[in-house]
Design a binder for this molecule. Structure first.
Ligand SMILES: Cc1cc2nc3c(=O)[nH]c(=O)nc-3n(C[C@H](O)[C@H](O)[C@H](O)COP(=O)(O)OP(=O)(O)OC[C@H]3O[C@@H](n4cnc5c(N)ncnc54)[C@H](O)[C@@H]3O)c2cc1C
Length: 385
């Protein structure tokens, strides 16, 4: 049973409860048994993507006409919740479904949608988005990767780092300057299909503090020629505005991940404190344990209501950048705070890798960094003061 019991939000229909059951079965039966192997190898096996495609979970919120399952962000939130609940680490489906595919859906031409989305829905194409470079992360306008016209092609040059799904992705949206003399206005989104891209190279699968089963990679582009038709949309210089428009959903997805992790941490900790004995009684009988968990549950309940509210806004296309930034900042800060409190209640076992709470502690840290750091969230919120 989840630790958080909030009222069912209006957007959660009966159909979504059935979808939730299917997703729970899929993650726990099909993927969870392989997590240890994926942690050791630092990436998820390719077959997992294909299996998720067969089950109808890849591109769950893409329209059926483009090969998707015809759902909405509500389906994506449920997939995120169930993946976290089942302890399926490293599988970057949230990024593929909620970030990469929507760029193609919203800005791609008919031909581009037809070319890429159906193959993303089967798992033939695995998506990634490459914004960050060794020299720039938060200041996206300062990217140095270029995509310059040459006949019927663009020639892409530059390097990217910290790219999620970077070792496995074969469809990468690359943030590049088509006009290096401009700042935001010079940015375009280029779609690189890596299977046929000469001059494209993957660097190291980066060793990280957490998210051990997830591949995070350097990528190099040396005179990579891509057809002109791989500019996302029809016009150069739109990339920065496209990114700004899509970032609320990306940030909200991170908030959804955070509340799912909080819920799991509380569930695990409540169960543990009921079983573990010290001084002749279960540790949940100590008032300190009860008070700590009560505080965590109260904060988490309030946060869950806010996340569900933001999902409602997103579904009505009303989630603005500042509200999404508030969610991303508050939820990821709270995730770190609550998991830290929970880990303490596990005592020494909380520090052991075989206990999920220890992994969750390590995994939570990056949530305050990627998708725009929490400091950048404050800048965005402050603009509305
Ligand atoms: C595991 C992982 C996965 C990632 N996945 C992806 C991915 O798939 N695709 C992708 O493109 N990127 C990805 N990133 C990169 C991530 O988005 C960046 O690390 C992040 O945006 C911060 O950029 P930076 O690392 O260059 O830090 P910097 O921008 O150098 O920031 C350093 C510090 O300065 C602060 N700072 C910067 N500017 C300001 C300011 N104006 N005011 C106040 N403080 C400021 C920051 O908040 C931070 O604390 C990933 C990162 C990690 C760790």
């Amino acid at each position: 049973m989840p630790a958080l019991q909030t009222a069912t939000p209006a957007w959660k229909t009966d159909e979504l409860f059935l979808f939730e059951e299917e997703a729970a079965k899929f993650f726990s039966r099909e993927l969870y048994p392989h997590v240890e192997k994926w942690r050791e190898q630092g990436k998820v096996d390719r077959w997992a993507w294909e299996k998720a495609g067969e089950a109808g979970f890849l591109c769950a919120s893409m329209p059926e006409e483009w090969g998707g399952a015809g759902g909405s962000f509500a389906h994506e939130q449920i997939l995120i919740e169930q993946q976290v609940k089942a302890g399926v680490e490293g599988f970057g489906m949230g990024l593929h479904n909620c970030i990469v595919a929507p760029y193609i859906l919203h800005y791609g031409t008919e031909e581009q949608k037809k070319r890429w989305l159906p193959r993303m829905a089967t798992g033939e194409l695995i998506g990634a988005i490459a914004m960050t470079e060794p020299g720039t992360g938060s200041d996206l306008q300062a990217v140095r990767t270029t995509a310059l016209k040459d006949g019927n092609h663009y020639v892409v040059n530059g390097s990217k780092t910290f790219i999620t799904n970077g070792q496995t992705a074969n469809l990468i949206i690359v943030v590049a300057k088509t006009d290096p003399s401009e700042k935001a206005k010079g940015v375009s989104l280029m779609v690189v299909e890596t299977d046929e891209a000469e001059g494209f190279r993957r660097g190291r699968n980066l060793k990280k503090l957490g998210n051990k089963a997830q591949d995070t990679s350097e990528l190099f582009f040396d005179d990579v020629r891509i057809p002109r038709s791989n500019l996302l949309g029809t016009e150069e210089g739109q990339g920065f505005f496209q990114l700004m428009e899509q970032l609320p959903q990306e940030r909200h997805q991170i908030a959804c991940l955070a509340i799912a992790a909080i819920d799991r941490a509380l569930e695990l900790t409540i169960a543990y404190t009921k079983e573990r004995h010290a001084f002749g009684r279960p540790i949940i009988n100590f008032q300190n344990t009860q008070f700590k968990l009560a505080e965590c549950k109260a904060k988490a309940t309030m946060a869950k209501v806010f996340v569900d509210h933001c999902t409602g806004l997103l579904l009505e296309k009303k989630l603005d950048a500042a509200t999404a930034s508030m969610g991303k900042m508050l939820l990821t800060d709270l995730e770190n705070e609550i998991i830290d409190e929970c880990l303490q209640l596990f005592g020494g076992y909380g520090y052991m890798d075989e206990y999920p709470i220890s992994r969750m502690y390590a995994d939570a840290r990056v949530q305050r960094i990627y998708g725009g750091t929490n400091e950048i969230m404050k800048l965005l919120i402050a603009r509305t003061l």
